[in-house]
Design a protein around this ligand. Structure first.
Ligand code: DAH
Length: 376
């Protein structure tokens, strides 16, 4: 065992020599001064201030090995250097933190007066809303919703519906034929072909409602569109009569128009349709002047009904036995009724819209105006 190392010379511990400590201190101060953001400062802190590789930290480990007097000297010098470096670090940290905060305040500030980028919410089109309401009224009565194609074979659109080959509605002036015209495919002129499709595919009894788009060779004006919408109804069962038809139409109008002028009434006028016998046109009490309401009768100046008091809503009737036969249904056992209404007219009556073209303008403000009223 060797004797105590009383002659240990601190000068031999290079790290603790005054010049080394000063050099380490100065290097740390220079690095701190050069740190121009908080990330760099964190790195400088590890390498020069308090991290394992910092020379002043490494030097401190050597202190314990010195004889008492030298240990005190070296400790003092080391502490002084460390204090200086720590203070410089804290000062630099304060400066850089303040700079960062000031920059964030500028860069991340929000100008609440700038226009927002948020897209405006749209609204459902009143026509879609009406179609849904019609479906709701009938689904509540046990009907199902049926659909058919818009490009339809002439057999469904005309022949099966008892419409003779020379019927004027088949002419090119009224009906849009797809090419080649010999294929007899038309853009359906009515939703009535869905009656045929429903009877051919569904088990009896059949109670269906068929909303959809239809097409006619019409020009646009305040009351006509070449592309418009209808809703078709069909009920085929045992023992159905015209009284069931009337009651159903009354329930339809009551369900849909309860909040228009305290409820709109309907009336039937005899008419002819190839697919129903007897047939009738369905009129709706005018939503503009109230028609022949107890309030005093039609207004001769009413622009909506031209002083008639009623507006045409659609057609209806008892399904012709020829249609049932074409669809494979025995007319001796089954009977029923059908009706078809214009959905645009229905929406116009509900919302007091005076020009049908408003429905196709595509102006979102129009749809928004109706979505606020609780109809959406
Ligand atoms: N399809 C007829 C039209 O477009 C409306 C219609 C009339 C439908 C009588 C029917 C009906 O179901 O029975 O003018």
């Amino acid at each position: 065992m060797s004797a105590p190392n009383s002659s240990y010379d601190p000068v031999q511990v290079t790290d603790l020599q005054p010049e080394e400590i000063e050099a380490a201190r100065d290097a740390a101060l220079a690095a701190l001064a050069g740190a121009d953001d908080l990330d760099v400062l964190a790195d400088v802190r590890t390498r020069h201030v308090s991290g394992r590789p910092a020379p002043l930290v490494l030097a401190r480990r050597e202190v314990g090995a010195l004889p008492p007097q030298a240990r005190a000297d070296a400790g003092k010098r080391l502490n002084a250097a460390s204090r200086t470096v720590n203070e410089a670090y804290e000062a630099r940290l304060a400066v850089l933190t303040e700079q960062r905060d000031a920059r964030v305040l500028v860069e991340e500030s929000v100008d609440v007066t700038l226009p927002t980028g948020r897209a405006a919410r749209g609204a459902r089109h009143p026509l879609s809303v009406v179609a849904d309401r019609v479906a709701d009224v009938f689904v509540a009565m046990g009907y199902e919703v049926a659909e058919g194609p818009e490009a339809e074979h002439g057999w469904y659109n005309f022949d099966a519906l008892n419409t003779p080959p020379d019927h004027p509605s088949r002419e090119l002036q009224d009906t849009l034929y797809l090419e080649p015209t010999t294929s007899s495919v038309v853009l359906r002129t009515q939703t009535s072909p869905v009656q045929v499709r429903s009877l051919l595919t569904r088990p009896l009894p059949v109670y269906v409602i068929c909303p959809g788009r239809v097409f006619r060779a019409d020009t646009v004006d305040a009351t006509h569109l070449p592309v418009f919408s209808q809703v078709e109804g069909l009920a085929i069962d045992e023992g159905l009569t015209m009284a069931d038809l009337r009651g159903t139409l009354d329930a339809f109008a009551a369900g849909l128009f309860s909040d228009v002028r305290g409820g709109l009434r309907t009336r039937l006028r005899p008419h002819f349709f190839p697919f129903t016998e007897p047939s009738a046109e369905v009129d709706l009490q005018c939503f503009g002047c109230g028609g022949d309401s107890a309030a005093g009768g039609p207004d001769p100046a009413c622009r909506i009904c031209s002083g008639e008091g009623w507006i045409e809503w659609g057609g209806c009737g008892m399904v012709d036995p020829a249609v049932l036969t074409a669809c494979g249904v025995d007319p001796a056992r089954y009977s029923g009724f059908a009706f078809g209404m214009g959905l645009e007219r229905t929406a116009m009556a509900l919302h007091n819209i005076r020009d049908i073209r408003e429905l196709i303008d595509g102006d979102v403000r129009f749809a928004l105006a109706f979505s606020r009223g609780g109809n959406a």
